[in-house]
Design a protein around this ligand. Structure first.
Ligand code: 26W
Length: 820
């Protein structure tokens, strides 16, 4: 009987329309007469959600029955963006839906625009996790993501009087893409104490007890693959008071406030995403978030494994857990605790299982971003975990000492505990020691971690433990969804959309790169994407930009190491040069629009000052009649995934200009090139591999190499450097007050002078400006420019996240796909 009534999916336009109307009238209780765009969006979303659920259930049943190895991707951030468009495209149903919805009187773009971004991440690391989920499902890998269901994602950025102002991002009013699982809860303990006792057989055991208990409630999000029914699961945990904990006694006796306070304290854990990118602040609530999420996830993973009835020694054959940076490193300690304290395994058997299960991905070498937790904090919050960490460290140091006797300094250097005051736990070291494999995210970065921050561990464990998996991006969202016209043009030439599943097929474009008609079609699409952006800029900022001008875009988190300050100094330099020119000279210049976007961490004062300088410069330059259309400067408010989707297709040039050796990989560099833009960049992160793939002639590289950085910094420290003259001129102009009260920008100037110019802006400035000149020259030759763009796209196959996931599956997880 069940089968007879099981849900079926719609395939035709009319069936789709029927589902939409049904949802609007019943699920949403609206009618034809009060159906606005939000209601229509909701109806479409619910109709697609139904289809997704069917595939999701089937996939999960199949994966459970097959009982193959699964991978669990633990990430504190999943920067998913919007879901509807992606769901329609992955199910290859968008055309039907667009048609169907227009007959109902709506435009699909408007409905898509109603959706709130799921912004549960800061930047690169969170978006990478989202691309990986897309690839895992598209390649039919059995995989789950585990994360936190923040009530507030990354703040919304408003620009008021030129300054960044943070506004809370409450995104959960209506979210059709998540399913609360009221039956899946885990009690999580904090604080308390450890009681030691002796078992009957004489062994010592430990119980952790007497702490405060908070409940984790699971919310599941379906993750569809492209062109396959495989639909994986993203499980996000939400915190609430444990049922035993909410004090009805207090409540009934009238002490409402204190009982409500308890509830709020529990809910605070998953309330808000920490808005820091690449900076560790070490707050207790953040540690609570980490343990809460890790403990709930491991409980869930272990529960699932135990249901299969296998022996513990099979655990690493059934389960791979990937740690997205060190944020989930406590999972290593928690699994060891479960195995020894709850499951009564011997330490060594347990530790063997643990170290075969985990993989650790490092995403940054910046020292200020490496997580360290204070020992007293951990002692108080997780007393049993601290004991286990000490023990892991003890056994580790003993083996090191046996292999390298008498090297006391080595022991000090590699100890998980740093002997500072207070002592701190080096989470990266714990992650390395507890994992089977450690990887960086681009070749240069993976080499750098081996030769710098993790050097000693390469000596101890040997080089094979350390590997590289260069990042990638999903071409479904970042080409097909973001740039449907270009995707269609490519499909027309390649005879279909297979390239979306095998991106190396793009190399078939090569033979069209010199074809004049093709170049024109290609550049027409670029132009229409630029027009759309120009319209958006006009509507949101009032600034009129000419879509024929060169669009130069730098969008990413604002950080000194990413050097947005160098970009805006370059813009000022260009402005000063234009001012000095005669009319005739100006007439020969390339028109440019410099576009910036990105959020500054709320407590990162320098980053906020950089934003302030950009807005100040735009104020002056955009209103200078001498300059007119030759130079416009725009700051796009509240850069997020949805905005990236219309910015990437609209660039002629994008900037990836970090100080060499500081940007682990970068992923927007890949998105921009994939959309037919050229890039200016340093020899850093994935820029290097992009150059290798597309060819040196198609990228504007400049600046010093990573290997020079140490010496250059040293020279600055000893006052052996003169500031670059062009940069000097820029600084003088700022200090003259051309861009408003120079006092505001004192910090930026100071960083270049007495501050020692840590990010080497002065050292790279001349080469940066010279390279921009080359860009101008290249842009004056539209045919050669178009050829460069097409040739670049044809060589981008390597940078799909499908390739990255395949490498993880083969070299790290030992994971097989499940064909559906
Ligand atoms: C503890 C504070 C904190 C928060 C976030 C430290 C570090 C992070 C992230 C690891 C920073 C991050 O997002 N790194 C970026 O990861 C991307 C994906 O691998 C890379 O492409 C970027 O180069 C890297 O900056």
């Amino acid at each position: 009987t069940w089968k007879k009534f099981a849900a079926t999916e719609f395939k035709e336009k009319e069936a789709f329309q029927k589902e939409v109307v049904k949802h609007i009238e019943t699920t949403l209780a609206r009618s034809l007469y009060n159906c606005d765009e939000l209601a229509a969006y909701s109806g479409v979303a619910l109709a697609f959600r139904d289809r997704l659920i069917i595939d999701w259930n089937k996939t999960q049943q199949a994966h459970t029955l097959l009982d193959q190895k699964r991978v669990y991707y633990l990430s504190l951030e999943f920067l998913m963006g919007r879901t509807l468009d992606n769901a329609m495209l992955n199910q290859q149903m968008k055309d039907t839906a667009v048609d169907g919805i227009s007959e109902l009187g709506f435009r699909m773009e408007d409905l898509i625009d109603q959706e709130h971004d799921a912004a549960l991440g800061n930047g690169g690391l969170g978006r990478l996790a989202a691309c990986f989920l897309d690839s895992l499902a598209s390649l039919n890998f059995p995989a789950w993501g585990y994360g936190l269901r923040y009530r507030y994602g990354i703040f919304k950025q408003e620009i008021i009087d030129g300054y960044q102002v943070e506004v809370p991002d409450y995104w959960l009013d209506f979210n059709p893409w998540e399913f609360p699982r009221h039956d899946i809860t885990v009690d999580i303990m904090f604080y308390g104490h450890v009681r030691k006792y002796t078992e009957e057989d004489g062994r010592t055991s430990h119980v952790w007890e007497g702490g405060e208990v908070v409940q984790a409630l699971a919310y599941d999000v379906p993750i569809p693959g492209y062109g396959t029914p495989t639909t994986n699961n993203l499980r996000l945990w939400s915190s609430k008071p444990s049922t035993g904990e909410f004090d009805f006694q207090k409540f009934n006796s009238g002490d409402y406030e204190s009982s409500v306070r308890d509830q709020q304290r529990a809910e605070t854990i998953s309330a808000v995403l920490y808005p820091n990118d690449n900076i560790d602040v070490g707050k207790e609530l953040r540690l609570k978030q980490q343990y809460f999420w890790v403990a709930a996830s491991l409980y869930d993973i272990v529960r699932r494994f135990k249901k299969s009835g296998r022996a513990w020694s099979d655990f690493p054959e059934q389960v791979a857990i990937q740690l997205n940076d060190t944020h989930p490193t406590l999972a290593i300690v928690e699994l060891q605790r479960i195995l020894i304290d709850k499951e009564q395994l011997d330490w060594d058997d347990a530790w063997n299982i643990v170290t075969q299960t985990f993989g650790y991905t490092n995403h940054t070498v910046l020292p200020e971003a490496l997580e360290k937790w204070s020992v007293p904090l951990v002692q108080n919050l997780l007393p049993r975990h601290l004991q286990i960490i000490y023990e892991i460290n003890l056994y580790f140091l003993q083996t090191v000492e046996r292999r390298f006797p008498k090297d006391r300094d080595l022991l000090r250097r590699v100890s998980i505990i740093e002997e500072s005051n207070p002592q701190v736990i080096r989470m990266a070291y714990l992650a390395i020691i507890g994992s089977k494999k450690v990887n960086g995210v681009a070749e240069l970065h993976s080499d750098l971690i081996k030769s710098t921050i993790f050097k000693d561990f390469v000596t101890i464990f040997g080089p094979d433990k350390f590997t590289n998996v260069t990042n990638g991006v999903t071409p479904r969202r970042w080409l097909h969804q973001a740039n449907p016209k270009l995707s269609a043009l490519i499909a027309e030439k390649l005879g279909g959309y297979q390239f979306l599943k095998d991106l190396t097929l793009l190399n078939g474009l090569e033979k069209w790169a010199d074809d004049k008609d093709f170049q024109r079609e290609w550049m027409d699409i670029k132009y229409s994407n630029k027009q759309r952006l120009a319209k958006y800029i006009k509507e949101t900022t009032g600034i009129a930009v000419n879509p024929h001008a060169l669009f130069d875009i730098q969008v990413k988190r604002i950080h000194e190491y990413k050097r947005q300050q160098m970009n805006i100094f370059g813009v000022i330099s260009r402005y000063l040069a234009l001012k000095k020119m005669t009319k005739a000279e100006r007439a020969k210049q390339v028109q440019r629009v410099s576009i910036f976007g990105g959020k500054a961490a709320p407590g990162y004062w320098m980053a906020k000052t950089i934003i302030r300088l950009i807005t100040a410069v735009s104020e002056v330059v955009n209103n200078d009649i001498d300059v007119g259309d030759l130079l416009k400067v725009v700051f796009i408010e509240d850069y997020n995934v949805s905005k990236a989707e219309f910015l990437c297709p609209a660039s002629d040039l994008s900037e990836h200009i970090s100080t060499a050796g500081t940007e682990a990989s970068g992923t927007s560099n890949m998105k921009f090139v994939l959309n037919g833009g050229l890039i200016i960049g340093t020899c850093d992160g994935a820029n290097i591999e992009i150059t290798r793939e597309i060819g040196e002639d198609r990228i504007f590289l400049f600046g010093h190499l990573a290997e020079d950085v140490e010496d250059l910094r040293h020279a600055h420290r000893y006052g052996k450097t003169e500031m670059d003259p062009a940069l000097r001129e820029v600084c003088d102009e700022i200090q003259k007050g051309t861009f408003g009260d120079p006092g505001i920008f004192g910090g930026l100037i100071h960083a270049l002078t007495d501050g020692g110019d840590y990010y080497l802006v002065s050292d790279d400035f001349a080469s940066y400006l010279a390279t921009h000149k080359l860009v101008d020259e290249a842009f004056k030759d539209p045919q050669s420019w178009a050829n460069k763009c097409i040739m670049s796209v044809s060589a981008m196959g390597f940078f799909t996240s499908d390739r990255a996931i395949q490498e993880y599956a083969e070299n790290i997880w030992n994971l097989e796909p499940v064909p559906m």
